[in-house]
Ligand binder design. Structure first.
Ligand code: NAD
Ligand code: UDP
Length: 316
């Protein structure tokens, strides 16, 4: 297949490039590098089946030649980024998805939207299954991301229903691994960077909020299986292994062997407003429809991620 990945120079996108090339496909990565980096795809520069287009997907998208599939990952998914760039976040979710769907329609390509567990907001149902409609504050600071993805899901279903487009919606839960940005503000790079530098790990509030972390190799396998499936309705992809953020901080210290202390801080900006208290994917649908479940234990995935951050720590 000839496949376009928007957000292809980002964290998950660059791993997806690697994975699809390994499967024998031709891959075009498109990115405006607002949070992504050419460094993530530098090893692919001379690959005969890989190319890169520097383009902002909030502008109309043109790609020469046929396309069989589009993975639409372009987004600003870090809470720190979307607090700083709320309008860009809304634009990439709304206009970016509109232009990517238009391209899929013009090319007759399959379309996969990278949606998010944030569509469930601060959930009142636990674990979160695809039937749950969510608890999102549309006018809160996280609303710019959550609502952009909810709009993107609605638009994707509208193209499916109106134009018969082959569409897929992945609701991605917290995913981690090498090539996350050291300073993107999300909890995984924050704690690992702090642990490696011997700085205190900043647990927000009392550390009792929960998350469930999925290693990136599991995620790209799930995304590929979903693309190949016949399932147009949303499918959760994530690792159901749930832990509190305090437990996660302790795990990072144990695996990295760091002597850093843990400090409890209350951010003065709005980053923890509407911060979901608990998050765990119900992954029964992914198992039933895709035969997929996450395989990599958190200890193994974290060890690989810590090794990656250790290798780049001094360069950045
Ligand atoms: P990332 O920031 O590493 O990747 C996003 C990429 O999109 C970046 O390379 C960025 O430069 C690019 N981008 C942003 N705006 C763009 C625009 N207007 N035009 C072109 N490119 C643009 O983040 P990620 O963690 O790899 O996330 C990938 C996708 O997965 C996103 O859609 C995100 O919402 C979704 N997701 C990720 C997680 C996670 O835990 N990593 C969880 C839920 C959903
Ligand atoms: N968090 C934290 N310390 C940090 C960064 C994040 O305690 O230095 C918390 C944050 O408040 C949230 C969880 O870790 O409860 C996960 O945050 P992240 O930014 O990774 O993504 P989210 O899952 O909220 O989208």
């Amino acid at each position: 297949m000839r496949i376009l990945i928007t957000g292809g120079a980002g964290f998950i996108g660059s791993h997806l490039c690697d994975y699809l090339l390994e499967q024998g496909h031709e891959v075009i990565a498109m990115d405006n590098l607002i949070t992504g980096s050419l460094r993530n795809i530098a090893h692919l520069r001379d690959h005969p089946r890989f190319s890169f287009i520097n383009h902002d997907v909030t502008q109309p998208i043109h790609v020469e030649g046929p396309l069989d599939a589009i993975f639409h990952l372009a987004s600003l998914p870090s809470p720190v980024d979307y607090l700083e760039m709320p309008i860009k976040t809304l634009k990439v979710g709304a206009l970016g998805t509109y232009y990517a769907l238009g391209l899929a329609k013009a090319k007759g390509a399959r379309f996969l939207l990278a949606s998010t567990s944030e569509v469930y907001g601060d959930p009142l149902v636990h674990p979160q299954s695809e039937e749950y409609w969510g608890n999102v504050n549309p006018v809160g600071p996280r609303g710019v991301y959550d609502e952009s993805k909810r709009f993107a899901e609605a638009l994707t279903m509208a193209y499916h229903r109106t134009h018969g487009l082959q569409t897929r919606i992945a609701r991605i839960f917290n995913t981690y691994g090498p090539r996350m940005r050291l300073n993107d503000g999300r909890v995984v790079p924050n704690f690992i960077r702090q642990a490696l530098r011997g700085e205190p790990l900043t647990v927000y509030d009392d550390g009792s909020r929960t998350r469930s972390f999925c290693y990136v190799s599991d995620m790209v396998d799930g995304l590929y299986r979903l693309l190949l499936s016949d399932e147009p309705t949303p499918v959760n992809l994530g690792n159901p292994h749930e832990m509190t953020i305090l437990e996660f901080a302790q795990l990072v210290l144990r695996i990295s062997g760091s002597k850093s202390e843990i400090v409890f801080v209350t951010p003065q900006d709005e980053r923890t407003k509407d911060d979901p208290h608990a998050r765990q994917p119900d992954v029964r649908k992914a198992l039933r429809v895709l035969g997929w479940s996450a395989k990599v234990p958190i200890e193994e995935g974290l060890a690989k991620t810590i090794a990656y951050f250790a290798s780049i720590l001094d360069e950045i």
